[in-house]
Design a protein around this ligand. Structure first.
Ligand code: DX5
Length: 227
């Protein structure tokens, strides 16, 4: 779990060179990232198709940082065990894709992984009110899922604050992650609102100083936002 004001910088590998993913994972670890997020898309829950568990398994030996699988898929309960077997330590399912979210989160923990629920921009925070005891992390989407390089939805900041208040009231140690349009211009707002786990794709890969400078800058800006 992250410390109250410690931030985790988590790259999305969507902008990485898919022809060299193993080397890209090693480079991300060298750049100082805390975890790596795999954006898994099925072409049904979101209008895009990305990687299966075998690709992630092939990359596992190239670095030692924690892998998390962001399952932007319908019926994630049918697939999630494959991503744990592939080496993912944390599984993120979308509330919108789970008919039985309470059962699915419990099943993730039964698989030996940490559990997380993601909320699309339109989904109210109340959806997670009765599953916080089964949740290690809540992911507040700050874009509509499916593609990298989209604009940050600033109106999600009150939702991040609302999530932080709900978690504080519950007493459960649940992290808040944000994903989508996180970069040097937007990270301060997300951090000040309560996010402590920051996913960035374009914001890291398009940084003119390279991955290491991008990771350091994001972390510094987030820390300054809550100092
Ligand atoms: C959306 C993806 C993206 C990605 C981050 O489905 O989940 O949010 O991880 O992409 P950037 O940081 O480029 O918005």
């Amino acid at each position: 779990m992250t410390q109250p004001d410690r931030f985790e910088i988590v790259p999305s590998v969507l902008p990485a060179d898919f022809a060299r993913l193993g080397e890209e994972c090693a480079a991300l670890e060298a750049a100082g990232v805390d975890r790596i997020q795999w954006d898994v898309m099925d072409g049904r829950f979101v209008p895009n198709l990305t990687m299966g568990p075998d690709i992630i398994a092939a990359c596992r030996k190239h670095c030692s940082v924690m892998f998390e699988a962001h399952l932007m898929v319908l019926e994630p309960q049918e697939l999630m065990h494959r991503y744990v077997e592939a080496g993912c330590d944390l599984i993120i399912v979308h509330a919108e894709a789970c008919t039985h979210l309470h059962r699915t989160l419990a099943q993730i923990r039964d698989l030996g992984a940490k559990s997380s629920v993601a909320l699309n921009p339109h989904t109210p925070v109340d959806v997670i009110k009765h599953v916080l005891d089964l949740t290690d992390m809540v992911l507040i989407m700050t874009v509509n899922p499916g593609f990298g390089g989209q604009a940050y939805i600033q109106t999600m900041e009150p939702k991040i604050r609302e999530t932080a208040a709900l978690i504080a009231e519950s007493g459960y140690p649940v992290e808040i992650e944000v994903d989508g349009g996180i970069n040097a211009a937007t990270v301060s707002g997300a951090a000040a609102a309560g996010a402590r786990v920051l996913v960035a794709g374009s914001g890291l890969y398009k940084h003119e100083g390279g991955l290491g400078a991008a990771v350091s800058e994001l972390r510094k800006l987030a820390e300054e936002a809550v100092a």
